[in-house]
Design a protein around this ligand. Structure first.
Ligand code: KIV
Length: 314
């Protein structure tokens, strides 16, 4: 195939507006140009569509889905197969955003070969464009880079280390911890990581790492000086059923919206006001006199439903 046929980085269009696919090298270019990188998690087709259509640069299929989607206490239980399932759904929705899959606990903590094999599954079977791994695992990052798999590192408060850390606690508060964190960030960059998520660390430490590295840093609870920011989708829209952490800003209240919609639906069902006649299908006019029916609305319904085959027929 000629190089001119490759579609990576090509212009797509959405609502008539040209879109340029975000790639891993594009993130580095954004850092060089001083353009902030927006990132958000998504775990399914619907939320990924919304995230992508809103122009978010990077969508992470985070293992936080163990907590916010599957109801676990922490991220440790989610499996490779579950993460693959959600990554596929997100991949189908994302047209512009870079799709990064989180490698779950246990999938890269054994041999390097096993870690590479699991990462290959995310690219090959689910369409991920990069994988994210927690901790300064430089040997693995080097092996993944050699296997042509872009890597996002993750340092600071790494949720898969919850038991070692003794809870979800802010990290890098002592001189020694700051020194180790900075060394880890430098080592990840040298090993080939394309970006690093910095989570739950003092602003000053994140700022120093961001200034030192050529690759972008993406902060969550790491202050405003990172090259980009990421939040968990469910925190952003109040769907996480937990008190918000200090660093979370809620931009919407989906819980209130959904509660109200669901309650109104239940009330309508209980009062037999849903569905109405206009929301019902009817026999043909010849066998059922028009006096009983609202024909104009039936036509509107037919038009709206014409693509739905059997369901569209009145
Ligand atoms: O799993 C996740 O959502 C994450 C983000 C918090 C960065 O790793």
């Amino acid at each position: 195939m000629s190089i001119t046929n490759f579609s990576t980085g090509a212009d797509l269009s959405q609502h008539g507006v040209p879109l340029t696919k975000v790639t891993m090298p594009a993130l580095a270019e954004m850092k060089r140009q001083g353009k902030p990188i927006s990132a958000l998690t998504a775990y399914d087709y619907a939320t990924a569509r919304l995230v992508d259509e809103a122009g978010i640069d990077l969508v992470l299929v985070g293992d936080s889905l163990a907590m916010v989607v599957l109801g676990h206490e922490n991220t440790l239980a989610v499996t490779v197969d579950e993460m693959l399932h959600h990554t596929r759904a997100v991949r189908r929705a994302a047209r512009r955003a870079l799709v990064v899959a989180d490698m779950p606990f246990g999938s890269y903590h054994g041999s390097i070969d096993a870690g590479v094999a699991n990462a290959v599954r995310f690219v090959k079977e689910a369409g991920a464009e990069a994988v994210k791994i927690e901790g300064p695992r430089t040997e693995l990052v080097r092996a993944l880079t050699e296997a042509e798999i872009p890597v996002v590192g993750h340092l600071g408060l790494t949720p898969q280390s919850v038991h070692r850390m003794g809870g979800f606690r802010v990290q890098a508060r002592t001189d020694d911890a700051i020194r180790r964190l900075k060394a880890g960030a430098r080592a990840l960059e040298r090993a080939g990581a394309g970006a690093i998520v910095l989570e739950g660390i003092p602003r000053e430490v994140a700022a120093a790492i961001t200034a030192e590295l050529a690759i972008p840093t993406i902060g969550i609870g790491a202050g405003p000086d990172c090259d980009g920011q990421i939040l968990v989708f469910h925190d952003l829209v109040n769907l996480s059923f937990a008190p918000a952490a200090k660093f979370v800003r809620r931009y919407g209240d989906a819980a209130a919206l959904f509660h109200s919609a669901i309650e109104r639906y239940r009330e309508d069902v209980e009062h037999r006001t849903f569905p109405s006649d206009r929301e019902s299908y009817h026999l043909p006019a010849e066998t059922h006199p028009p006096a009983d029916r609202d024909d104009a609305d039936a036509v509107v319904n037919r038009d709206a439903l014409q693509d739905l085959g059997e369901f569209g027929r009145d």
